[in-house]
Design a protein around this ligand. Structure first.
Ligand SMILES: [Zn+2]
Length: 136
């Protein structure tokens, strides 16, 4: 919906405020207007150059019904939540962080095995007789 600026006749769009109410702004005149009543909106519509109607912004509704977590959280006070976090969640988180650190260290070790300082001496081939004598 567009109206003419009543000062300069420039056609300007009617915008919708956060509250769902119409307002307009002329860049040339730096004129702005806010309309906050049914009567004002009706008047604005009679002034519309394009015959448009003002469509109030629909009330924002939650897109999904509240979850079980929301329902439970609504009956819990902030202090209880804070204490639960301090008492139960933080130690658990700390344990998990330690576990992760341990796993990371293990993974790093597995990826880059420590280099052998000395070359393994190649085993000499032995005959069965030599083996039996050596282990007798
Ligand atoms: Zn103007």
């Amino acid at each position: 919906m567009n109206i003419e600026c009543f000062l300069c006749s420039k056609v300007i769009p009617v915008q919708t405020s956060k509250k769902g109410l119409p307002w307009f702004y002329c860049e040339d005149c730096q004129f702005r207007g806010f309309v906050n009543s049914e009567q004002g909106i009706a008047g604005l519509e009679t002034q519309a150059v394009d015959g448009g109607r003002f469509e109030p912004r629909p009330q924002v509704e939650p897109s999904e019904p509240p979850t079980e977590a929301h329902r439970l959280a609504s009956g819990v006070d902030a202090k209880q939540v804070s204490e639960a976090i301090k008492g139960e969640i933080m130690p658990l988180l700390k344990t998990m962080q330690e576990e992760i650190r341990g796993l990371k260290a293990q993974t790093a070790e597995a990826k880059a095995p420590a280099k052998r300082k000395t070359k393994p001496t190649p085993r000499k081939p032995v005959t069965i007789r030599e083996y039996i004598e050596a282990n007798a």
